[in-house]
Unconditional design. Structure first.
Length: 640
């Protein structure tokens, strides 16, 4: 064997290990096995096995093994021992007995144990002789947390964010000294594409604001901008919920004036309805927190707030308008309202405010405001947009039932691709249970169901569910509940907006290979046309017919004609004395004749119109245009 090619470590392993050379070996090369590490007392004078919370066999693990087997030389006959290194054993978790009850995180395998790092992870605290916790060097723990957040490993990022949250409660001064760096790091992680990181970062911003309160003011503008953007995230409902909860803590714990400025600048001009509704809700809460008198006595607040509240009152979103009117009503209760308004706002804004207040008074004052829509808008956790609801706030038990039904209807297992089939196959029964509860809720409290747009959308999604049993049950439930809900579909604006989704869901079954699905969908469409107001239904049917494929279009055209005919009957009943109205109705009737044929039109008219109005319809259909008469002249036929 060529000894020149053998490394020093290999030579040490080939030595005959005896009691005489063990100490020399430890001095020349570090031990590679935790069992070979000599026992040393801890800095506080105790051995690890002296703590009562340690496992009972901890002492035996730390005692040096017998050296009887070490005195045997390793030869070629010891195949299993030759060139073998013992792997360090991972120690289980242990809890050190201390006043702060801190948990020490064990070192990972194959890595040396660093007591300094372990102590730094314990919320930046070190033990003194008398057991009292004292702070480490300034910024040590914060710097470690920021380093972890900057790591490429997402687990380290989450650990660092949790360290910041813990430090904000245990050592807020240390956090405030590095507030800018912390907020920049957290806001960057709020935009992380991994939702598990971004959600923890959003949660941490709320905890940070709650713990440091007014010391967060310098960073509120940037914080509100990111949180408002995430509160309108349409891709992830859980992120919307976390962002909304963080904003609620900003409204509750940050300086009210600074939070008001930050929220208005972040969300008032957004094109997202959810963000604007959330912004108006938070502004209303902040005005209530500050007090109407305090707001009116501040010239800067009045000059900035009133123009924005006017914009809220004119917003296309009804929820935003409701909050704007609520703010004005609250301010108008103060005796100094008119005087401060004339003093700090322009004449045009003053007249606009007085006009809005007078309009509210004409409609019944504060009782005319929809309290339910305001209460629902303050809960933007899972709703992409908040619609107008019933005129009074729903009882808590009814709202809880609605939330549970919506959860059952949307139960699906798209969490991990590996478990996708399993989850879908197990959750279809839960969606069936949700359909049954939806049916019962419609019978007992139809207006409460109609107030929850997201519940209606979740139900419509079950009409074309991926599971055939669920989709059939969904269409059966729709037929049962349609007589109850049809009037609401015809009158409530927020339900008219979801008719497109309803028609598309039912139309998807017209090209199905299953006769049961196809016939049941046709029945649902026919009943929909009969029971929902044609004027409300025609835009949705027209849009769906344009998207229909070859198999769907014939039936959809017939359905659309059935919607158009009631409009024609209403036009004939209202009279056609005016020349412009007569021309419009004539063109409409002739267009339907070209699509359906004169005989079909007159057959339907026989059942819907009395004899005098049928004669009017017949005369309108048979009115000849001048161009038609010219076309019949043979002398001009060749020329034309």
């Amino acid at each position: 064997m060529d000894t020149n090619k053998i490394s020093k470590g290999t030579m040490n392993m080939l030595k005959a290990r005896s009691e005489g050379n063990l100490s020399d070996e430890r001095e020349n090369s570090p031990p590679i096995n935790y069992d070979d590490v000599p026992i040393r007392p801890a800095k506080n004078g105790k051995y690890l096995d002296d703590y009562p919370l340690s496992p009972p066999d901890r002492g035996s693990l730390l005692v040096k093994k017998s050296t009887s087997h070490h005195s045997l030389p390793i030869t070629s006959t010891h195949v299993s021992l030759k060139n073998t290194q013992s792997v360090p054993t991972k120690k289980p978790h242990c809890f050190l007995k201390s006043s702060s009850s801190c948990k020490v995180k064990p070192a990972a395998p194959n890595k040396p144990v660093s007591r300094e790092v372990t102590k730094t992870q314990m919320n930046g605290a070190s033990k003194t002789g008398n057991g009292i916790t004292s702070n480490n060097s300034t910024g040590g723990s914060v710097q470690l947390a920021l380093k972890k957040i900057d790591s490429e490993d997402w687990n380290d990022k989450v650990d660092g964010i949790h360290m910041i949250a813990n430090l904000s409660s245990s050592n807020p001064k240390q956090v405030t000294d590095h507030m800018h760096e912390i907020v920049v790091a957290l806001l960057n992680e709020c935009k992380n594409l991994r939702s598990s990181v971004s959600r923890v970062a959003l949660w941490c911003t709320g905890v940070l604001t709650e713990n440091v309160k007014g010391k967060m003011d310098t960073e509120l503008d940037k914080l509100c901008a990111i949180l408002m953007h995430k509160a309108g995230d349409v891709s992830n409902a859980f992120i919307r919920e976390d962002a909304h909860e963080a904003l609620e803590k900003v409204v509750k714990y940050a300086s009210a004036g600074k939070a008001l400025s930050g929220i208005i600048s972040a969300g008032s001009k957004s094109k997202n309805n959810t963000i604007r509704a959330s912004c108006a809700s938070f502004v209303c809460n902040l005005v209530g927190r500050m007090g109407s008198e305090a707001v009116l006595n501040s010239a800067d607040q009045v000059a900035k707030l009133i123009p924005q509240v006017i914009a809220f009152c004119k917003d296309p979103n009804p929820v935003v308008r409701q909050h704007g009117k609520q703010i004005l009503l609250n301010l108008s209760q103060e005796s100094c309202f008119d005087r401060m308004l004339k003093k700090h706002v322009s004449d045009a804004d003053y007249r606009t405010v007085k006009g809005i207040l007078s309009e509210i008074e004409k409609k019944g004052g504060i009782d005319s405001l929809d309290s339910t829509s305001i209460s629902l808008s303050s809960s933007l956790s899972r709703n992409g947009s908040v619609k107008k609801a019933v005129p009074r706030k729903l009882p808590d038990n009814v709202q809880l039932d609605l939330d549970e039904i919506r959860t059952d209807l949307t139960a699906a297992g798209l969490v991990f691709p590996f478990f996708q089939y399993y989850l879908i196959s197990t959750n279809w029964e839960r969606r069936l249970g949700g359909l049954k509860r939806f049916d019962e809720m419609c019978v007992n409290s139809s207006r409460a169901v109609a107030s929850d747009t997201k519940l209606i959308e979740a139900f419509m999604a079950r009409l074309n569910d991926i599971n055939s049993k669920v989709s059939l049950e969904g269409m059966d439930t729709y037929l049962v509940t349609l007589p109850i809900m049809s009037k609401l579909f015809s009158t409530e604006a927020h339900l008219k907006a979801v008719l497109n989704q309803l028609i598309l869901a039912l139309m998807s079954h017209l090209s199905s290979k299953s006769d049961d699905h196809k016939h049941l969908a046709q029945t649902c469409l026919q009943e929909t046309v009969k029971q929902i107001e044609p004027a409300c239904l025609s835009p949705a049917l027209a849009a769906a017919t344009k998207k229909a494929n070859v198999k769907q279009k014939p039936f959809m055209l017939n359905i659309f004609n059935l919607v158009a005919l009631p409009i024609l009957w209403d036009s004939i009943r209202c009279g056609v004395a005016d020349p412009e109205s007569k021309k419009a109705v004539t063109d409409f009737a002739k267009g339907l004749v070209k699509l359906m044929g004169e005989r079909v039109i007159m057959d339907h008219a026989a059942m819907e119109l009395d004899p005098p109005r049928r004669k009017i319809l017949e005369s309108l259909i048979r009115i000849q245009e001048p161009v038609v008469l010219i076309d019949r002249l043979p002398s001009f036929h060749g020329f034309l």
